[in-house]
Write a protein that binds this ligand. Structure first.
Ligand SMILES: [Fe+2]
Ligand SMILES: [Fe+2]
Length: 383
């Protein structure tokens, strides 16, 4: 055991993050494993760019003041589902965990896949840290209960990805990240929009890959994808919780806030598109066309977001795919200019930044598709 471990030896804790009943337990287990964690992976997770997962903080008192009375029935049903904890014990290696031939893996694929795992682990942990902090600071029983349950899930998810990374000798030091990574402040309403969308798009991404690999098992080059179905159901429930939180206050999805919602939709979709295009070998190995995958995930996410948002982005508009491609090229040029450095690199960055801003503005101004929002919010994961 790590000497620095804050674990109280008198408290018996589960041996694996999959069995952790609370976020504290999940994190304590990972703290014990931290001796094995590698510097390079943590350094990657520490990066803060427009495209990498960030850590967030917010006005916890405002969040704590939410009254869920208007959605009480749906709320209680959702909390009961999460308390029943259908995924306890799921996120661990079992006999289904096939041997991974890391040594025989194509080096480009290995690099991109490890990057995918590190970035996913950071994103899971970002949710965990935010939810845990809300639970710690709050006094509102409904809110603290929900955030405790969501933090519990995210700690397990991050722990499981770290299990996969450890096989190849890398792992992200989550304790170090908590202390050292920069936190971005978002007002609570921006947290709702951003987090709701990242939970729902997370669901759509995982279920799309899972179904694709169900149909094409020969493409499953790593066992972790077998866990994606139950995994995405956790994310689905987290998204439901944020939809209910937004439903408590109609102002959150009306008036000027519609412009913010459109901004977050455009930003979340286009970030995913650009980021996925940075991993061509990974998608080729899965047998997935990145443009098809993007559109498929956007379509599912848009369909789900009709539960709470009064419009969806027009992803079939002729300017949509064109704009995404422009943004992606500008982002790739930005990377190259950054690596080049010097005066040429500087002007390269300015030029690429201008093109990226222009492409984003073109995407943002595509007229949205309006529809009416249902009276009740709850949905089931049907994909
Ligand atoms: Fe998660
Ligand atoms: Fe989640």
């Amino acid at each position: 055991m790590n000497d620095q471990s804050p674990i109280d030896p008198k408290v018996s804790i589960a041996a694996h993050t999959a069995d952790a009943r609370t976020v504290e337990e999940g994190l304590a287990i990972q703290e014990r494993q931290a001796v094995l964690d590698s510097e390079s992976a943590t350094a990657v997770a520490m990066q803060d760019t427009l495209l990498t997962p960030r850590f967030y903080t917010t006005d916890f008192d405002e969040l704590d003041a939410i009254d869920v009375t208007p959605v009480r029935d749906d709320w209680d049903a959702l909390i009961a589902e999460m308390e029943a904890d259908p995924n306890r014990g799921h996120f661990r290696k079992t006999a289904d965990w096939d041997h991974v031939d890391w040594a025989g893996m194509d080096p480009e694929l290995k690099k991109e896949f490890i990057d995918f795992l590190i970035s996913s682990c950071t994103a899971e942990f970002s949710g965990c840290v935010l939810y845990k902090e809300m639970k710690r600071r709050g006094n509102n029983r409904d809110i603290t209960q929900l955030f405790q349950l969501m933090a519990r899930d995210e700690a397990r998810h991050a722990g499981f990805i770290n299990d996969a990374l450890r096989e190849v000798g890398v792992a992200v030091n989550l304790g170090f990240l908590t202390q050292k990574k920069k936190y971005t402040y978002f007002r609570p309403k921006f947290i709702y929009y951003a987090t709701y969308l990242s939970e729902k798009i997370g669901y759509a991404r995982y279920i799309t890959i899972f179904r694709h690999l169900e149909a094409n098992p020969d493409r499953r080059f790593h066992p972790i994808f077998k866990w994606f179905e139950e995994w995405c159901n956790d994310e689905f429930r987290h998204g439901e919780a944020f939809a209910l939180l937004m439903k408590t206050d109609p102002k959150l999805t009306a008036g000027v806030n519609e412009w913010w919602i459109k901004f977050f939709l455009t930003a979340v979709y286009s970030t995913m598109y650009v980021r996925d295009h940075q991993r061509p070998a990974f998608h080729a190995a899965l047998g997935v066309d990145t443009d098809w995958y993007g559109q498929e995930v956007f379509r599912k996410t848009s369909e789900l977001s009709k539960q709470i948002f009064p419009f969806t982005l027009d992803i079939d508009h002729p300017r949509w795919m064109k704009g995404l491609k422009q943004l992606q090229r500008a982002s790739a040029d930005m990377d190259r200019a950054q690596k080049r450095g010097g005066i040429g690199g500087f002007f390269g960055r300015v030029w690429a930044g201008t093109r990226a801003t222009w492409a984003f503005a073109r995407l943002y101004t595509i007229p949205a598709v309006r529809h009416s929002v249902p009276a009740t919010t709850r949905l089931e994961p049907v994909y």
